[in-house]
Design a protein around this ligand. Structure first.
Ligand code: 13P
Ligand code: SF4
Length: 305
């Protein structure tokens, strides 16, 4: 069977089983092609809250599937690749943050959406990379404890100088691996290209960038720019999607270290198997976790509008 035939079978199964397929933009091109919704974490969580189908299949990582379940508890939510976790989301658990909260009782706890459902239950509000600055600005409290990503937190602190943001030592091991030597090399190879990076990159890399934004932010910037050449400082799939969207422009990887093994775990065959009932995993969360985690996701959607 070739890719087109497999995609056709997937579309038929989606229809037959009343499944909405969501794909994060870090997924491979052939998966995004068969998805009902694609986008960054924020867009997918808003899309998930409006889905009408009885079933949702998330092609992405586990915290994204958990977010869908929290927003649509009456639906059956599946993850296409059960092994796809997020290395950052797994860094901090509820017990650790409950302890830290005790040390900072008058701080508002802002959790990047890349956290487990269990940890979200004790946080005040969620943010995504595309909504973090707007949401932190709208929070009345000056004192913010931002978890787990210290690089995104440092970016937010720069954009929100009036806030007092406390950071912990977490972050994305994929984005945080990129350094200024990678930037120098890419700029030497592609001197006419603009550098677009995700705020999960370290501050020194962000400082060298022409644009800093979420996966959707980077895509929109590149599509709408008059410039013809770009170095993409986030997961390499984004450069691939952009190359399809804008064949007359050139997109280069900032570094081959920017390959997320968790995001790359899902294949088109996994999607087929999950829809055919031969793979994937249903996300099961207890009622208390859903209720408590939903508070901070709802708050994110309210403040993000
Ligand atoms: P976005 O919030 O830009 O979708 O990014 C999610 C992510 O996991 C980045 O590494
Ligand atoms: Fe998690 Fe980093 Fe992969 Fe994004 S790129 S899913 S933050 S490990």
């Amino acid at each position: 069977m070739n890719v087109t035939e497999l995609q056709k079978k997937i579309l038929e199964l989606k229809e037959k089983n009343d499944v909405c397929v969501l794909a994060h933009s870090y997924q491979a091109h052939e998966i995004c092609e068969i998805a009902d919704f694609t986008g960054d974490s924020y867009k997918l969580s808003v899309d998930a809250s409006k889905v009408r189908n009885k079933n949702i299949l998330m092609c992405g990582v586990r915290f994204m599937a958990e977010t869908c379940k929290i927003l649509s508890p009456e639906k059956r939510v599946y993850i296409a690749s059960p092994l796809a976790g997020c290395a950052m989301a797994d860094q901090m658990d509820k017990a650790l943050i409950a302890e830290v909260r005790k040390r900072y009782p008058d701080y508002t706890v802002v959790a990047y959406i890349n956290t487990t459902a269990e940890l979200k239950t004790i946080c005040d509000v969620c943010v995504t990379s595309s909504s973090a600055v707007q949401i932190v600005n709208k929070i009345e409290n000056k004192n913010i404890l931002f978890i787990p990503d210290c690089n995104l937190g440092a970016f937010v602190q720069k954009q929100c100088p009036d806030k007092n943001i406390k950071l912990l030592n977490g972050g994305c091991p994929i984005h945080a691996c990129v350094n200024t030597d990678d930037v120098k090399l890419a700029k030497r190879l592609y001197p006419n290209a603009e550098l677009l990076v995700h705020p999960e990159c370290v501050p020194a890399v962000c400082e060298a960038a022409d644009y800093i934004g979420s996966t959707s932010g980077i895509m929109n910037y590149a599509v709408n720019s008059d410039k013809k050449e770009f170095i993409i400082g986030t997961e390499i799939s984004i450069a691939e999607h952009l190359q399809y969207l804008c064949p007359d422009k050139s997109f280069h990887y900032l570094s081959l270290k920017l390959i997320c093994p968790n995001m790359k775990a899902t294949t088109l065959v996994d999607v087929y198997n999950a829809l055919a009932g031969k793979g994937g995993e249903e996300i099961i969360l207890d009622g208390d976790t859903i209720r408590d985690a939903k508070r901070c996701i709802d708050e994110m959607i309210r403040l993000g509008e």
